[in-house]
Design a binder for this molecule. Structure first.
Ligand SMILES: [Zn+2]
Length: 293
């Protein structure tokens, strides 16, 4: 059964993300308009607000982990910024290029597909990238979360932070007010789709998710903002790509344990598939390094 699944058939994969507090500034889109109802109070805990976490921050976080995996193997990664972007911090960009990056797209001079990062994320108009990173739809009502569609349980709040006067005479007079959009208790699936599957892509995804999980409290690899306040510490895991939909859903059912079939698939993935895709990744990175890109 699952032993017959070809890696090229794994076009849709799911990463489980668990995060106590996620702050992505003002970019969380809620399904409730703040002025839609006179009874609506933004901070009422009874509010059942769902919404969308856009993929931009998630994508940058994943890409950063992937770049690091490539660099740790001795390769260089495509810089995320355009080579001719006229960076305000030119010297910082130059330093990046000496520290494990090559100018975006320069790898196309050696091969049609570029480096593995370019191949996944694309760069210029004719190269759209082969990895689609979808937004995550979240809901506070677990029963309405469809994990097979890349959804998550999560609780939205708009948080207020006040910077107050330090002078006794001012009696904590607010100097500045900052509103933050936050999602708490996030637990769900991030749906990633490969437009074309290559074993090295899955290898890089496996390695990067493992790296990001292990480095989840490292400031550079936390997700989004408010990092010094413990936000963006993400427990992440690539869910077994061999799982069927009902098995994927079962992962999130706290009342049920994995079936025998799921455990067999876990062994298959760990013993056969994963080593093969990681080998393919290493081969591709080494190949590029040898061409001195
Ligand atoms: Zn590149």
């Amino acid at each position: 059964m699952s032993a017959d699944v070809a890696i090229e058939e794994c076009t849709d994969v799911y990463v489980r993300l668990e995060c106590d507090l996620l702050v992505v500034r003002d970019s969380i889109l809620t399904d409730r308009h703040h002025a839609s109802n006179t009874n609506y109070e933004a901070d009422d805990p009874q509010n059942q607000i769902g919404g969308i976490i856009p993929a931009f921050s998630l994508s940058g976080w994943l890409r950063h982990g992937m770049e690091r995996v490539v660099q740790d193997r001795g390769g260089t990664a495509c810089h995320p910024g355009e080579a001719n972007a006229n960076f305000r911090k030119e010297e910082v960009y130059e330093r990046d290029l000496e520290d494990g990056y090559h100018p975006k797209g320069s790898c196309l001079e050696e091969t049609d597909d570029g480096c593995v990062i370019f191949d996944l994320f694309g760069g210029f108009n004719a190269h759209p990238g082969k990895l689609m990173r979808r937004p995550i739809r979240f809901s506070p009502v677990r029963a309405s979360v469809d994990y097979t569609r890349g959804q998550a349980e999560g609780h939205y709040r708009r948080l207020n932070r006040n910077v107050v006067s330090r002078n006794d005479a001012d009696d904590r007079e607010p100097l500045r007010n900052v509103e933050l959009d936050a999602v708490a208790n996030l637990d769900g699936c991030w749906h990633l789709s490969f437009r074309e599957v290559k074993p090295a892509f899955l290898g890089l995804l496996c390695e990067a998710i493992g790296f990001l999980h292990d480095h989840r409290t490292d400031f550079r690899y936390q997700l989004g903002g408010a990092r010094n306040f413990g936000a963006g510490v993400v427990y992440c895991e690539l869910l077994n790509p061999l799982y069927e939909d009902d098995e994927l859903t079962r992962v999130f059912d706290r009342a049920r344990t994995p079936t025998d079939a799921m455990e067999r698939k876990d062994d298959q993935w760990a013993d056969d598939y994963r080593p093969a895709v990681v080998d393919a990744l290493h081969e591709r990175i080494d190949d590029h390094s040898n061409k001195d890109i």
